[in-house]
Design a protein around this ligand. Structure first.
Ligand SMILES: *Cc1c(COP(=O)(O)O)cnc(C)c1O
Length: 489
């Protein structure tokens, strides 16, 4: 299976090169049509989650020689749930818990695998020199990438986060990171400033002195971040067959709290591989640009940006939507034109063909903070099940969908542990949160009767290792200094 740029079908790459380079040279994203594969999706349903992951990854990234060992190495013993992503029945719905990895966020599912795809790919290609991951984060990706890459031989990782721009727990998760190959630094500015500076460094990397090393990204523009996320759609489906809720072949609907459109696109990949996915419900918070887009075909980012209690979904340009557009029309000229219009004018309108194709698979909706909060409280009071604010957006949006299910189960993807967002959860349970996130964490344990994940509770006594604060202009020099220091070790 050959990958190509979403913007030019002549820019192709094998699956390993697609992972190792991240972005196509023309700025497009690497894509191939999963529907073109003959994948035995029914056989995959009988596998355990790690084998299932290996089978799907082998199909999507066929150049890798030993995906089984790679998946074992990525997951076995690394998650607190034996079956990686448990499916929990809550009232009339199912919640697919994706947060049992090392940092209690769903990004662990992919970032446990990506480092191994990078190192195995480089070994297979005989690449020389270390690869250093450069990441800008608004909170969750940075920590999950650090956990994935720390002490992985042949790699280094640098994470930049906005100074005072993350939650105190998220900051401490990063600044206390262990490992001999890691660097974490705060940058004065907001997330966009940090992200823009990182992109600039990537753009000029070929002219920089990298001391014999290569730079790569851990963001979901990399197909190696996206491919591992397909597994849990299969896993949820297999669980529903096992418990007798459905028969193999029946449809299942999924409601997905969406930001960069990676998680939900993985669901579409699952569908293209043959899994009987019913509707994919794209759930947004008040930054509801995707709701408008799916309803009208107009993508208009010229709008106010809101900070919400579901910060990982506060995003106006969803990178992976570009991959979906290509999958829906297979027309590079059109995709290029829309992306150009987006960057030049901040708006584009897709044609009727794409609108119809979108409507065939996707539903959409949004929930503001008040609505999400109301559902955290209601579901907890009725069932004792506690959702985080991102999950609550997925739940709230699926509420209106329940009368349209035609008997098929609805799975709400749960993307974070509620203990990552203790303040919002306490408020939803009707409690007055006290000052300080650790006090809130304790209070949430008491109020809910649920224990916080060990990795979060352990932060109370964590030692801060990284205290640097720099400006965006200083980042390039900071990167080259780190690379030089590594090369001299
Ligand atoms: C990243 C993230 C999302 C959004 O996922 P996308 O793949 O970017 O759409 C939702 N919830 C949480 C908690 C996240 O960390």
């Amino acid at each position: 299976m050959l990958y190509q740029s979403t913007r030019n079908k002549d820019l192709t790459a094998g699956s390993i090169d697609a992972v190792l380079t991240g972005l196509a040279p023309d700025g497009g994203l690497y894509i191939a049509d999963p529907a073109a594969l003959s994948f035995d999706w029914k056989a995959a349903l009988n596998m355990d989650p790690v084998e299932m992951s290996a089978a799907i990854l082998s199909a999507l990234l066929p150049e890798y020689e030993d995906m089984k060992a790679l998946a074992e190495d990525s997951y076995r013993g690394k998650f607190t749930a034996e079956d990686l992503t448990p499916l929990v029945k809550v009232k009339d719905r199912y919640v697919l818990e994706l947060f049992h990895g090392p940092t209690s966020a769903f990004k662990d599912v992919a970032l446990s695998v990506l480092p191994r795809l990078v190192t195995a790919g480089r070994a297979q290609k005989g690449s020389e020199g270390d690869v250093v991951i450069l990441t800008a984060t608004s909170g969750d990706t940075g920590k999950a990438a650090l956990e994935g890459f720390h002490d992985v031989p042949g790699t280094g990782i640098m994470v930049f986060f906005p100074y005072k721009g993350t939650s105190p727990i998220q900051e401490l998760q990063m600044t206390s990171q262990a490992g001999g190959n890691v660097k974490v630094c705060a940058v004065k500015g907001n997330f966009d400033d940090v992200q823009t500076a990182v992109k600039k460094i990537f753009a000029k990397a070929s002219d920089m002195d990298l001391s014999g090393q290569t730079l790569n990204s851990a963001n979901s523009i990399n197909i190696g971040r996206l491919a591992p996320q397909v597994m849990y759609y299969f896993k949820a489906y297999a669980d529903l067959v096992k418990e007798g809720r459905i028969k193999t072949g029946d449809p299942v609907h999924f409601s997905v709290p969406t930001g960069n459109f990676g998680d939900i696109l993985a669901g579409y990949f699952a569908k293209l591989l043959g899994l009987p996915v019913g509707r994919l419900i794209c759930a947004s918070n008040i930054n509801n640009i995707l709701t408008d887009f799916i309803e009208t075909g107009v993508y208009d980012k010229r709008r106010e940006f809101y900070k919400t209690t579901s910060p990982s979904m506060d995003i106006l340009v969803s990178s992976n939507l570009e991959r979906l557009l290509w999958l829906l029309c297979k027309d590079e000229a059109k995709v290029s034109r829309w992306m150009k219009e987006l960057s030049e004018n901040g708006i584009y309108t897709v044609d009727e063909e794409v609108r119809e194709a979108l409507a065939e698979s996707f539903d959409c909706g949004y929930a503001d903070d008040e609505k999400a909060k109301a559902f955290i409280g209601k579901v907890f009071r009725e069932t004792g099940y506690l959702m985080d604010p991102h999950t609550a957006v997925g739940w709230a949006v699926s509420e209106d969908f329940m009368e349209k299910t035609q008997g098929a189960p609805v799975v709400v993807l749960s993307t974070a542990s509620p203990f990552k967002f203790p303040k919002a959860c306490l408020e939803a349970l009707g409690q007055e949160p006290s000052e300080g996130e650790f006090a809130q964490l304790d209070a949430l344990e008491k109020a809910s009767g649920i224990n916080a994940p060990q990795n979060l509770a352990a932060l109370k006594t964590a030692q801060v290792r990284f205290t640097d604060v720099i400006t965006p202009e200083e980042m390039e020099g900071y990167v080259t200094a780190f690379l030089k220091e590594r090369s001299e070790k």
